[in-house]
Design a protein around this ligand. Structure first.
Ligand code: C2O
Ligand code: CU
Ligand code: CU
Length: 432
C-alpha cells in the first residue's frame, strides 16, 4: 500500500530465456519473470496503483483487458512505454468480480509481444463473489489456465510465421498452459473452478473433456452468470474467458481437450485458426480422497439488464479484409466517433468476409442482445467484452458508457485475432 491507501503493484517487463524443452532454452519475454506475468488480484472498491517498467529494448504497453477505467489508464496504443521508461496508471476497481487479463497493446506489434510471452491474469473479486460457496482457493480449487499455442524451430526458439497463405497469424502445434508444455494438475478437491483464458494470438479453442463429462459454466468475460449452465463444450476465440466448475472422482485421471469447432468454421477458412484440430490441453490427476466443501450456488451474479430500447445511438460495424472495419483501417490520428457518458448504445457487428474474426470493446462489458434477430445462445448470456463473429451473422451488442470521460484520449474496439488488430482492424472512440 502507498500512503494514499492504494494497493501498489510493481511490474517489470523484460526479456529472458526459459527452459521449455530439453536442450537449448527458449528466448522469452515476461513480467516480473522470464515468461508470462503474475496473476494480479484486487477487489471492487479498491484503488490500485501500478508502476510498469519497460526493460525491453523496444516500446510496449500493458492493457487491462476487460477493465472499466479512464482512457488514460487503459494501456492501449496511446500509452506506449518507451524502453527504460516507466508508466504509473492508477484507478479504483469499479466492476463486478470477473476474470480479466492484461497484455501489451503497442500498435502493429501486439501479436508479437503476446506471442513472446507478455500476458497475465487479472482477477477481480467483490463482496458478493467472496460470500458464495464456489471453489475459491487460488491454485488449489480455483485455477487460472492461460491457454496458448506455440510453434518451435529445431533450436527450441519460437517460430512466429503464419501458415502458408494465411493472414491469421501464427498457429502453433504445441499447447502451453500457464507457460508449461505437457501440463497436468493435481486435483485435491471434488469441485474445481477453472478460469480459462484463450491467450492465443489466432487459435480458436472448443474446450471439452475427453470423456464427455459435463461441467458448469459459471462466468463469462465480465463476471458471474445469474445461474450456472451445464454443458460439455465451450468455444473461446482469442481474448475470451470463461469460468467453469468441474467435478472429479477420487483417483481418476481426466483430460481437457480442444475439439473441432462447433460453429461456423468448416474447411480451409477455419483450418488456419485451428478450427478442425483435436488437441489435449491439460490432464487432471485426482488424489485418492478429495475434499468436498464447496458448491455451485443457485444464484450467482446479476443478469445483464440493459434495455436496447434505451439506446440513444445505433452503430454498425462490418469486419472484412483482415484489416478493416467499415472499410477503414486504424489510424491513430483519427477518432472514429464519440459516445455520451451515461448513455446506452447498440452496436450491430458482423463478419463480412468469412474468415475468423471476433470483436472486442475497451472500457465496457456489453450484453449480446441478439444474434441474427434471435435470443443469444446460453454461452453468450452473461457480460462479455469479446465475442466471436460467426460469418454473416449479425450480433447486436448493448453497452453503457459510464463514469469516465476524455475528449482527447480514445478507447479501442477491434478484432482480437492479433494479426488483424495489428494490420488495422481496429477503431477508436472517445467518451464525452
Ligand atoms: Cu485484449 Cu484491445 O485488447
Ligand atoms: Cu481490451
Ligand atoms: Cu479478424
Amino acid at each position: 500500500e502507498d500512503p494514499s491507501g492504494a494497493r501498489v503493484f510493481n511490474l517489470e517487463i523484460k526479456a529472458g530465456t526459459t527452459p521449455l524443452k530439453a536442450g537449448r532454452e527458449t528466448a522469452t519475454w515476461g513480467i516480473n519473470g522470464n515468461f508470462l506475468g503474475p496473476t494480479i488480484r484486487a477487489k471492487r472498491g479498491q484503488e490500485v496503483a501500478f508502476s510498469v517498467y519497460n526493460g525491453l529494448d523496444e516500446g510496449t504497453s500493458l492493457h487491462w483487458h476487460g477493465m472499466h477505467l479512464p482512457a488514460v489508464m487503459d494501456g492501449g496504443p496511446h500509452q506506449e512505454v518507451e524502453p527504460g521508461g516507466d508508466w504509473t496508471p492508477q484507478w479504483t476497481i469499479n466492476q463486478p468480480a470477473a476474470t480479466l487479463w492484461y497484455h501489451p497493446h503497442p500498435h502493429g506489434r501486439t501479436g508479437n509481444h503476446v506471442y513472446r510471452g507478455l500476458a497475465g491474469m487479472f482477477i477481480v473479486d467483490d463482496e458478493e463473489s467472496e460470500a458464495l460457496p464456489l471453489p475459491k482457493t487460488y491454485g488449489v480449487d480455483d485455477v487460472p489456465l492461460i491457454v496458448q499455442d506455440r510453434k518451435f524451430h529445431d533450436d527450441n526458439q519460437f517460430d512466429d510465421k503464419s501458415p502458408f497463405m494465411s493472414m491469421q497469424g501464427v498457429l502453433g502445434d504445441h499447447i502451453m498452459v500457464n507457460g508449461t508444455l505437457g501440463p497436468y494438475f493435481d486435483v485435491t478437491t471434488r469441485l474445481v473452478r477453472l478460469r480459462l483464458l484463450n491467450g492465443s494470438v489466432s487459435r480458436l479453442y472448443n474446450f471439452g473433456f475427453a470423456d464427455g463429462r459435463p461441467f458448469s459454466l459459471v462466468a463469462t468475460d465480465g463476471g458471474l452468470l445469474p445461474s450456472a449452465w451445464e454443458t460439455d463444450r465451450i468455444q473461446l476465440s482469442p481474448g475470451e474467458r470463461v469460468e467453469i466448475v468441474v467435478a472429479f472422482e477420487p483417483g481418476e485421471t481426466a483430460v481437457l481437450r480442444s475439439h473441432p469447432a462447433d460453429e461456423g468454421y468448416e474447411g480451409p477458412l477455419g483450418r488456419v485458426n485451428g478450427a478442425e484440430d483435436l488437441l489435449d490441453i491439460i490432464e487432471f490427476r485426482a488424489a485418492g480422497t478429495l475434499a468436498d466443501d464447496t458448491a455451485i450456488p443457485e444464484a450467482m451474479g446479476a443478469a445483464p439488464d440493459l434495455d436496447p430500447a434505451d439506446a440513444v445511438e445505433e452503430r454498425s460495424f462490418s469486419l472484412s479484409g483482415f484489416s478493416q472495419i467499415n472499410g477503414e483501417s486504424m489510424d491513430a490520428g483519427r477518432i472514429d466517433f464519440g459516445v455520451r457518458e451515461g448513455t446506452v448504445e447498440v452496436w450491430e457487428v458482423s463478419n463480412a468476409d468469412g474468415y475468423m474474426h471476433n470483436f472486442h470493446v475497451h472500457d465496457v462489458q456489453f450484453q449480446v442482445v441478439s444474434v441474427d434477430g434471435d435470443e443469444p445462445p446460453e454461452r453468450l448470456r452473461g457480460w462479455k467484452d469479446t465475442v466471436q463473429l460467426v460469418p454473416k451473422r449479425k450480433y447486436r451488442l448493448a453497452m453503457r458508457f459510464a463514469d469516465y470521460t476524455d475528449p482527447n484520449l480514445p478507447y479501442m474496439y477491434h478484432c482480437h485475432i492479433l494479426a488483424h488488430e495489428d494490420t488495422g482492424m481496429m477503431g477508436q472512440f472517445v467518451v464525452l
